[in-house]
Design a protein around this ligand. Structure first.
Ligand SMILES: Nc1nc2c(ncn2[C@@H]2O[C@H](COP(=O)(O)OP(=O)(O)OP(=O)(O)O)[C@@H](O)[C@H]2O)c(=O)[nH]1
Length: 342
């Protein structure tokens, strides 16, 4: 029988830098033929579209599959299994499969799916890589009070979590074979050192941790971990181990069609105001700017906004102006929409 194809699961919170890391992998794939499965929370398919734009011969548009129906951890049987089977039935099988989970997904149910009989004979999980947003970690997004959490952890293995963000973060850490502390360019050396120190105390002993900026990491370091995680689920505890289902009703998303904008700066100012007022975690989309033939990409993580023109609009392509907005449950969608479109 032929050797199993290795698969790497890339997980990490909304906007941590998973797509940037994968983009770097595609552009530096060292001759490896990659297949990508991209799962995104929100209905706009921004990550897949940006990765397809890489135009690399080792990872063409046909090698990129998007799973858009909610989080991969909840739709494993319906979406993920048929997709991976399709990839495996191809004549030109990939050398390596990369799965990007949505920023809200729990990695463990996905890893478990690699143990399904029809998959495990052909594929093995090479490694689970968790990307951490360095500044968000420093700013305490994932634990309101890290010291209290640590004290509780020492007292009791199964934590009571105060917030769904902590819960997700814990699951993503516990399942990892490698941790990437990303956005190191936005941290100073002492912040990197203190985050590394704190995080190391929370990881399984053999887990490697590296810091990066824009996900720039040598593919030889990232791939080839050989963890066979599907055979090692017991050592990766999850707060959801006993839960039959995991609805992502703590978070929600909506797509806003904002029409052509006068300028990127004009839009950014409105978004900044909306983010300062409402519980918005992530914004991204493609925008038409008046008088410009190029497509504007807008990315927001917390209060940090980035925008750039990525390419010309194609002939016959509909010039869209849509943002997907992801936030905590109960965000006031109508008020947000009004602030951005007014
Ligand atoms: N300054 C800085 N910005 C970064 C870095 N990595 C990613 N970003 C920016 O952060 C934003 C989100 O990056 P993505 O790679 O799309 O993050 P993601 O984890 O794929 O996001 P989701 O799929 O929405 O969860 C983009 O604007 C990136 O340009 C980094 O190391 N430093």
């Amino acid at each position: 029988m032929s050797e199993k194809i290795p698969a790497t699961v890339i997980t990490g919170f909304l906007g941590a830098g998973k797509t940037s890391l994968i983009r770097h992998l595609i552009e530096n794939s060292d001759g490896k033929k990659l297949a990508l499965i991209i799962n995104e929370f929100g209905d706009l398919g921004v990550d897949g579209e940006l990765l397809k734009g890489c135009g690399n011969e080792n990872c063409t548009e046909e090698d990129i599959v998007e799973l858009a129906n909610g989080c991969i951890c909840c739709t494993v049987a319906d979406d993920f299994l048929p997709t991976i089977q399709k990839i495996l039935s191809r004549e030109d099988r990939p050398d390596h499969i990369i799965v990007e989970t949505s920023g809200l997904a729990l990695p463990k149910p996905l890893v478990r799916a690699f143990g399904w009989p029809e998959v495990r004979t052909q594929v093995t999980v090479d490694g689970v890589v968790t990307v951490i947003d360095g500044p968000a970690y420093r700013d305490g997004l994932f634990a309101a009070d890290p010291e209290a959490v640590q004290a509780q952890r020492e007292a009791d293995e199964m934590l009571d979590h105060d917030s769904p963000l902590e819960e997700l973060f814990d699951d993503q850490l516990n399942c990892a074979d490698m941790i990437i502390l990303n956005k190191a360019d936005l941290l100073d050396a002492s912040e990197v050192a203190s985050a590394t120190e704190q995080l190391k105390g929370r990881l399984r002993p053999q887990v490697k941790m590296l810091e990066t900026s824009h996900g720039k990491i040598d593919i030889r370091v990232l791939l080839g971990l050989g963890s066979a995680a599907e055979d090692d689920l017991a050592s990766r505890p999850s707060v959801h181990d006993d839960a039959d289902d995991h609805e992502h009703d703590d978070f929600e998303s909506f797509v806003l069609d904002i029409g052509e904008v006068a300028s990127p700066e004009f839009l950014v100012a409105k978004l900044q105001a909306a983010i300062a007022t409402h519980d918005i975690l992530r914004v991204k989309g493609f925008i038409t700017v008046a008088g410009k033939d190029m497509r504007l990409v807008l990315q927001g993580v917390g209060s940090r906004l980035q925008h750039y023109f990525d390419r010309d609009w194609k002939d016959g392509e509909t010039r869209i102006s849509k943002l997907v907005i992801i936030g905590e449950h109960d965000m006031d969608q109508a008020a947000i929409a009004e602030m951005i479109t007014a």
